[in-house]
Design a protein around this ligand. Structure first.
Ligand code: PLP
Length: 463
């Protein structure tokens, strides 16, 4: 009935560029998941994008989140994974609430902050972890290496906790993570090991990169879990469909505003629209890293290097890694260095997407104003999203149904939010339990030879 879905590379047309041998073929989902990126270092793209019928979406109006997750996930995966197993994965991954908070007539905040690390990254990481466990070769243990400067690492670590057949090693810079982040990373335990590196984030990243490219470690089943893996994009399609099942009336359009850094979250919305969700506009506000809104306005893309340090620190990105996917979907090609080989159809992009840069000052004002006028508490990322939605509506006129995403829990940013609002914030349950947890990291220097020896001595490769 449906065509089989294959995954091609965003670099497939880069003929004649010295550092690329374009991958012209198609991978399966399983290959895309386990390889992370295409052999030519491009990003995997599903083809064709599956479509879901409006009746199917509307039939889930009262259904739980996991039923919506099944509708979306099965559309991509039905050829590669039995329905019952997929159902088990989805139900195990999504055991927390997804609140849609009323702000004012037709305006809602979708809170994606109820997972174990109170960040929207839990949604993607939890499902990817379980898919990797399912798709690993028989009898093999996978070893996931992650370098982190904080929140991504803890979301990934928590997501893999107790997942069968996978061990995770998280490298973080000794002096560059907050006390709470350190506690969160050090105490996951079980199959997840924290390694504090005497050095900076770049040192952690270099150690991981060297290990991946070291052919003498080929037998260690090393795997990455980074944000470009399509296995992390797929789960981020689901909550857009979910929001619509709760709030949309048949055929009605919806505007989503997605605070954006590496564009993985917004990409989920772009795919949801292409699958049939009536998304009238995808609003993608950025912080002061404004390379994308500037491109939509001027037609010229220039990455920002080094990226600017803003309050919404998870969005301090000067060249979004998923931009290559957005460009590809609109007929363009940009490489990982930010060089544009072919510009996309900017007019088509502007029909579907609006982007605007929000300053730190506007971010703070928004946190204060939305709390005082509406009693709604936002943190810096969510405030960028909300302000971006307001700017869109000011410029293009009112729209009956709009949802802005809150991507982290406000209590994770007490130094900003509590100070701005003058109120204490309660941590979500998952983070309150943190104080009771114990665990110590392993400490290593940034020397690759020692790291390599550690890997060779420690990693288990058989299940
Ligand atoms: C990662 C992150 C973002 C940015 O999401 P992208 O998918 O990279 O655009 C926004 N908010 C928070 C809290 C994040 O952790």
């Amino acid at each position: 009935m449906t065509a089989k879905i294959g995954y091609f590379s965003t670099n497939r047309n880069l003929d004649g560029i010295p550092w690329v041998t374009p991958f012209k073929g198609y991978a399966s989902f399983r290959e895309a998941l386990l390889q992370g990126q295409a052999p030519d270092e491009g990003l995997f793209m599903p083809d064709p994008i599956p479509v879901i019928a409006p009746e199917e979406i509307m039939s889930l109006k009262e259904a739980p989140y996991t039923a919506v997750a099944m509708l979306v996930a099965a559309a991509f995966l039905q050829d590669e994974i039995p329905y019952d197993i997929l159902k088990r994965i989805v139900e195990d991954a999504y055991n927390f609430e997804v609140p849609l908070e009323y702000v004012e007539e037709g305006r809602y905040i979708m809170r994606l902050d109820q997972g174990p690390t109170a960040s929207f990254k839990d949604f993607a990481a939890r499902m990817m972890a379980r898919l990797m466990s399912h798709f690993r070769p028989r009898g093999i243990r996978l070893n996931v290496l992650v370098a982190t400067s904080g929140d991504t690492g803890s979301a990934v670590g928590e997501a893999f906790r107790d997942v069968e057949g996978v061990d995770v090693y998280i490298l973080y810079p000794q002096g560059e993570v907050s006390g709470r982040q350190k506690k969160q990373l050090d105490t996951i335990g079980g199959n997840v090991r924290a390694i504090s590196i005497e050095g900076q984030f770049d040192d952690c990243q270099n150690l991981v990169k060297q290990a991946f490219s070291d052919s003498s470690l080929g037998s260690l089943n090393l795997t990455s879990a980074n944000s470009i893996n399509f296995g992390r994009i797929l789960p981020q399609i689901i909550y857009y469909v979910y929001a619509y099942t709760r709030l949309g009336r048949r055929g009605e359009g919806i505007v989503f505003s997605v605070p954006s850094g590496n564009f993985g979250n917004a990409l989920g919305c772009e795919y949801a629209r292409r699958m049939g969700l009536p998304v009238a506009k995808l609003v993608m506000p950025t912080n002061e890293n404004n390379e994308f809104p500037r491109f939509l306005e001027t037609g010229i893309y220039e990455k920002i290097s080094p990226s600017r340090a803003c309050l919404s620190n998870a969005m301090n990105v000067g060249h979004p890694s998923n931009l290559a996917r957005f460009f590809d979907l609109y007929g363009g090609t940009v490489d990982r260095n930010g060089a544009v080989h072919r510009y996309p159809d900017r007019e088509a992009m502007r029909r579907h997407i609006f982007s605007v840069s929000i300053s730190d000052q506007e971010t703070r004002e928004t946190i204060r104003r939305v709390y005082h006028h509406r009693g709604v508490v936002l943190e810096p990322h969510g405030a960028v999203g909300w302000r971006g939605l307001e700017v869109y509506l000011e410029r293009f006129g009112d729209f009956p149904l709009c949802v802005s995403l809150e991507t982290a829990h406000p209590a994770k940013f007490p130094e900003e939010v509590e100070v701005l609002l003058g109120i204490p914030l309660e941590l979500p349950q998952s983070m309150r339990d943190l104080d009771k947890r114990t665990g110590e990291p392993l400490a290593l220097s940034r020397d690759y030879k020692l790291f390599k020896a550690f890997l060779q001595d420690t990693l288990k490769i058989k299940d």
